[in-house]
Design a protein around this ligand. Structure first.
Ligand code: SAM
Length: 669
């Protein structure tokens, strides 16, 4: 682990994104942390919690506002400078004590110089009366890479944006109810209190928004009043003479965050109408249902198979894994964020779901691949506790079998039985599922979606398509490009040599530690095929491909005892389709004609089909990606702050292929 305050590493490979630098700090005699970088304290010596309560909780009248929340209402707080999380804990504690049980809180914060986990644990050691908050934070404290990280504590969520404040907030899609403008004194840290930050404070505020800050410095007064707030100077905490409280006056600057396409496809309006049908009971559908149910929606799942988790989610064991590349592309940042969440779920699973958080090796299978993995590790963008480079010897040791190539190690990687996982999720959350129910038509009339099978019909306020390859079988969704890929796994009677494998191994095939005396390897890849019959040829392909990479593991005479052939669904750019579905005709009007007439800015934005959403196209990565997409979709529908940056959101927009084609002015039909 890096020393406090050292830059983790640096190479030229990361251009657009900065590497995280940890906080440099020491402790006063009573254990209060003090930044040596900024020569300022994180909070008042000995009175941190009282100060926070005075400045931020009282300053924003949160006690009253929490008490007055309506059923299922959501409240959003945003902070500058997460530091030790004391302000977050104070808000969380007050919310627990005062807000009605069905309400939810999102606390958004940013941090450019995060405390290392050890330093944070040292701070928390002193807070013996706050362990119900500090222990869960430490358990979920994210790996230090720039970007958004979602931590969840029941009905309270923390969206921690690692990186510069203005950069983090420039990518946020949210409506903020109260601002905690913390941070070191403007005189000691003028870099944070930038006009761009105030611009986004303005963009993210609404007519009921308040702000409070410990300082009354000129820079902050001007910034806040310039961004539409009416200010009041009041007595500061303790010996401080003044602080500021403020109320937004409802004057907005431009509302859209920068992004593609231009004009940006506006965020879909949240939809509070409560009855939602979800089509497809795989990992995406079930995860989405749970998130919405937690937000007070009444959800019913429709599944054409006789049980949940068949196609893509039907393997006996599935790896929690995503292949990351050496570049901080949008796709890479999406999968990295998603993987952290999926790994966390893995760690929290009950014993009745077969799983192991045993670590995972991504093994290079060629020299070129080995170089790529080295380049990846050399960027230093991801910290070692998330992923690190391995020599062949280290990989062999961690796997328990000898391998000849180098690779990467994901310490929190592992495997899970998707079928058992989905079954337990359905039972624990008492999800309402209709099996053997093949929805063939979807029509919208009189503010309702009608779902029809050959013999039955249902009416719902909203519909979410989570049925993978079949999501575009409906008239309204035909324009969504989804390609099937069938793939087969192979199960073998576990031998003594198989039993040596201690961690998941992913190369051009994957293999998981033996479970119930069987070793599962996967998977073949039949592009654009919907044929799911098991074949001997595919079994042999799996075995011989893996034997080439790890000859130690497999012999010539493996005893095949089973397998599963399922469909996965990919999009042309290998990212899922996530969000609101738009009417392609209206997109045509917004994007094609104006391009031809060169007046892109003047056309009204295309409308989404009201209450029609999709979460599909996860390829073989659904176990890793669908936690994040489910939380993102539920946040979109309910109007909570979106847990991913705007560029990731745009990259997942289900309408992106139609828009790209229109912008290129070669409409594909
Ligand atoms: N709210 C914190 C708490 O509850 O412990 C205390 C915040 S401390 C006074 C200020 C924090 O702002 C530090 O953690 C510091 O690293 C962070 N910070 C400084 N400059 C920043 C910037 N440009 N963007 C984001 N965070 C920054």
């Amino acid at each position: 682990m890096a020393e406090y305050g050292t830059r983790i590493t640096n190479t030229a490979l990361i251009k657009e994104y900065t590497l995280m630098e940890f906080a440099r700090l020491n402790f006063t005699e009573d254990g209060t942390p003090r930044s040596t970088q900024f020569d300022d304290v994180y909070f008042s010596q000995g009175h941190g919690l009282e100060e926070t309560n005075y400045v931020f909780i009282q300053g924003n009248q949160l006690s009253e506002r929490f008490q007055q929340l309506a059923d299922n209402q959501h409240f959003a707080i945003a902070e500058t400078g997460f530091g030790t999380g004391l302000n977050f804990i104070a808000a969380w504690k007050a919310f627990n004590e005062l807000a009605p049980a069905s309400t939810r809180l999102t606390f958004v914060s940013c941090e450019k110089f995060p405390l290392q986990r050890d330093a944070l644990a040292q701070v928390y050691e002193k807070w013996t009366n706050l362990t119900e908050f500090t222990h869960p934070i430490l358990a979920q404290y994210p790996p230090a890479f720039e970007g958004y990280h979602l931590l969840e504590f029941g009905r309270v969520r923390l969206l921690l944006m690692l990186g510069d404040a203005a950069q983090g907030y420039s990518q946020l899609s949210a409506k903020i109810d109260a601002w905690f403008l913390d941070g070191f004194a403007p005189s000691k840290n003028p870099d944070m209190w930038q006009p761009e930050l105030f611009h986004h404070i303005n963009r993210l505020s609404h007519s009921g928004t308040t702000a409070a800050t410990f300082t009354a410095a000129r820079l902050v007064r001007d910034g806040l009043s310039g961004s539409g707030f009416a200010l009041q100077k009041v007595k500061g905490y303790g010996k401080k003479r003044h602080m500021l409280i403020a109320k937004f006056q409802g004057i907005h600057g431009p509302l859209r965050p920068a992004g593609w396409p231009n004009p940006a496809m506006p965020a879909p309006p949240p939809n509070q109408r409560k009855r939602i049908a979800i089509i497809g009971a795989g990992i995406a559908g079930v995860s989405t249902a749970i998130e919405l149910q937690q937000r007070g929606y009444q959800v019913e799942l429709f599944e054409r198979a006789p049980k949940a988790a068949t196609d893509g989610s039907g393997n006996r064991q599935g790896a929690v894994y995503a292949k990351l590349s050496a570049h901080t592309t949008v796709a890479n940042r999406f999968y990295a964020q998603a993987l952290v969440l999926a790994q966390r779920l893995l760690q929290q699973l009950p014993a009745e779901v077969p799983h192991q958080s045993c670590g995972l090796v991504q093994l290079a299978n060629t020299e070129k691949e080995a170089k790529k993995l080295n380049d990846f590790a050399a960027t230093g963008f991801f910290p070692n506790d998330f992923v690190r480079a391995l020599s062949a010897e280290e990989a062999s040791q961690l796997l328990g079998i000898s391998v000849e190539h180098s690779g990467l190690w994901f310490d929190n990687g592992g495997w899970v039985s998707p079928v058992a996982l989905i079954d337990v999720l359905i039972q624990e959350n008492r999800l309402n599922c209709h099996y053997n129910t093949d929805i063939q038509h979807l029509d919208y009339a009189d503010n309702q979606w009608r779902l029809s099978t050959a013999t039955k019909q249902w009416l719902f306020d909203q519909v979410i398509l989570c049925n993978a390859f079949h999501s575009n079988r409906f008239a309204a969704t035909q324009h969504l490009p989804l390609n099937p890929i069938s793939g087969q796994t192979t199960q073998m009677q576990a031998t003594q040599s198989h039993q040596q494998l201690k961690a998941v191994l992913c190369t051009d095939r994957y293999v998981m530690p033996a479970f119930d005396d069987q070793l599962t390897i996967g998977s073949t890849f039949r592009v654009k095929s919907t044929d799911t019959t098991l074949s001997d040829e595919d079994h042999q392909q799996n075995i011989s491909a893996l034997r080439q990479q790890v000859p130690q593991l497999l012999s010539d005479h493996e005893n095949i005892v089973g397998g599963h052939c399922g469909l996965r669904t990919n999009t042309p750019d290998y990212l899922p389709l996530l969000g609101a579905v738009a009417d392609p005709e209206k997109l045509d009007r917004q994007f094609r004609l104006p391009v031809q007439r060169n007046r892109l800015e003047r056309e009204p934005a295309a409308r989404y089909l009201p209450g029609l959403w999709i979460n599909a196209g996860h390829g073989s990565k659904g176990l890793s990606s669908s936690q994040l997409t489910a939380k993102l979709l539920a946040s979109m529908i309910s109007g909570e702050p979106l847990p991913v940056p705007a560029d990731v959101l745009q990259a997942l927009n289900p309408n992106r292929f139609v828009i790209r084609n229109l912008l290129r002015d070669k409409r594909s039909k």
